[in-house]
Design a protein around this ligand. Structure first.
Ligand code: SOE
Length: 378
């Protein structure tokens, strides 16, 4: 694994746990973690359960006991590490958003395509797909339970930038993060919307805003914020269904509020990360006098991922999405099949993000996601 901060800790939790909960065709071994600061990476290795610590990620590529590289670094290093790892014959898991630009994401998707021929796989870490309730929603939509899709409404809100004195970390720098709330949070809801809908966005209209332009630098003094604090956009799916998205890191009181609702001609499904063991379902075909949203408690052994966990009603949390992500990737590695979301999927999300930025720059002008790719891999 490269990087060991918040996402590195979350991924480590996934790797540590996955083989103890799920029956796997391969057993992951946490052989080495990498970071630039020797003492800090050694401490992270001890805390998170990695056998060795390296200070140069290239060393991981030379090691025979490293067959998969998990990239948990800021976006500006994703492309370089992922392409080199794939070329060195490693499987790759890369945190979202896939890259900081469409060009980088294209290079990564091309490298993943070449590596596939040699049996190597590459996956993007859109972990929320692995929430059992979200996976159940996908299954129900595929089974036709909400019928033809009309609307998707998605928001992902946090508030850690409400404070104007919150420091100007890498996540607020365009050169390191690519974009702000858009890439950090908007990427998740774009991926979820497309995953659940089973189709791609073809165009968007967007506004973005930065409310606090200068912030204290961690090293002292003040610096300029070069990314968005919030991004709002509408979109159109290939089928004609309409979508709205809101991503913000300045929504006071909202800590990690991810919500998504889909409305179809036969019913609706709604998910709220703050109640992640539940899925709301309305069946429009029921007699109106008794119809209405009902709460499905997604803790049954028949629900996605849950057979391996606790008895019904005991519930899972945020960290379990990373265990499920590791599980699905290990299965793809063993079977030599393309994991989902693939780097091609990550590239397509990157194209949506680029269209959002272009639309916002053009004062909300409707901007096609280019090139048009209507097919969604199932
Ligand atoms: C920070 O806003 C962040 O850590 C995102 O980068 C993650 O992807 C999200 O899961 C939680 O919030």
């Amino acid at each position: 694994m490269v990087g060991y901060a918040f996402m590195g800790a979350a991924h480590s939790q996934g790797w540590r746990t996955v083989g103890r909960v799920f029956d796997l065709p391969l057993r992951p071994a946490m052989n080495a973690v990498c970071g630039r600061n020797r003492d800090a990476v050694a401490a992270a290795a001890a805390r998170h359960g990695w056998a060795a610590a390296e200070t140069d990620w290239r060393r991981l590529l030379d090691r025979d006991d490293v067959q998969l590289v998990d990239i948990c670094t800021p976006g500006d290093s994703h492309a370089e590490i992922a392409v080199a790892a794939l070329e060195a014959g490693k499987h790759v898991l890369c945190e979202k958003p896939l890259a900081n630009s469409v060009a980088e994401a294209e290079a990564m998707a091309a490298a993943a395509g070449t590596a596939r021929a040699g049996g190597r796989v590459a996956m993007v870490g859109f972990n929320y797909r692995r929430t059992p309730a979200v996976a159940l929603a996908r299954r129900m939509i595929r089974d036709g339970r909400i019928g033809t899709l009309r609307h998707v409404r998605a928001s992902y809100l946090q508030d850690w930038l409400v404070d104007p004195e919150a420091p100007l970390t890498w996540r607020l720098r365009r050169d390191q993060a690519g974009s702000g709330a858009l890439g950090d949070l908007g990427a998740h809801i774009v991926d979820l919307a497309q995953y659940l809908a089973g189709e791609r966005l073809t165009g968007v209209s967007a506004v973005t805003g930065t409310f606090v332009r200068e912030r204290p630098l961690p090293s002292g003094g003040r610096g300029t914020v070069t990314v968005d604090d919030a991004a709002l956009f509408t979109g159109r799916f290939a089928s004609g269904a309409l979508a709205s998205f809101e991503a913000s890191r300045v929504a006071a009181g909202r800590k990690n509020a991810l919500r998504i609702e889909l409305n179809g001609e036969r019913g609706s499904l709604a998910f709220d990360l703050e109640r992640l063991n539940e899925l709301s379902f309305h069946d429009q075909t029921e007699p109106a006098v008794a119809a209405g949203f009902r709460r499905i408690l997604v803790t049954e052994p028949g629900h996605p991922y849950l057979k391996a966990w606790w008895p019904p009603g005991h519930g899972l949390g945020y960290e379990h999405t990373f265990v499920h992500q590791a599980r699905d990737l290990v299965h793809a590695v063993a079977a030599g099949t393309e994991p989902a979301p693939s780097f091609a999927d990550g590239l397509q999300v990157q194209r949506v993000l680029a269209a959002v930025e272009a639309s916002a720059a053009g004062n909300c002008a409707y901007t096609p996601v280019s090139p048009a790719v209507a097919d969604f891999p199932t």
